[in-house]
Design a protein around this ligand. Sequence first.
Ligand code: S3P
Length: 185
Amino acid sequence: MSEQGQTLLQHIILIGFMGCGKSTIGRELQVLLNIPLIDTDEEIEKLAGKSIAEIFAEQGEDSFRDIETKFLQSCAINLTSPSIISTGGGAILREENRLILQHLGYVVWLKLDAHAVYMRTRNSRNRPILQQPNPRKIIADLLERRTPLYRDCAHLVIDIVGLDRHEITTGIIESARYYFSQLPP
Ligand code: S3P
């Protein structure tokens, strides 16, 4: 039983700032564990029938956040078999979302510093939050604001600088197995 007194669902949830590799690591875990991968941004795009950039431009960020929360709520209800859930970088912003993520299973924060985030996202055109002058400052400010929220939500923190994909996925799988094995029946 989780702290909320409900059965904890045994999913692995990846959180972390834009560019930290949640989708890539999610795909790798999907293959290694042979379980479904749910990419929340992709699911939101399917539900809305438009890209994240279009949702931001036409409806605004608050509307995107509402869809994101609704989708996470639906995961808690509908996702019954173990899955990997790769979230958008801002999914931890709302307390309600953080509680849902923790309820869903084992939350892993792929941690990256601001410089590494900038280097990995500087050529990306599909992240509306970074399509502004001075993305370095935006990244530094957002990362500072979000760091306590990632920390608050995560069961496991992996500082991914210097680690290859194999090391990251092996660490996640071993830690998740241990975590799930310690849960009361
Ligand atoms: C966002 C991150 C994006 C996407 C949206 C907002 C954020 O996901 O959800 O553009 O606020 O950090 P990625 O982290 O997969 O890029």
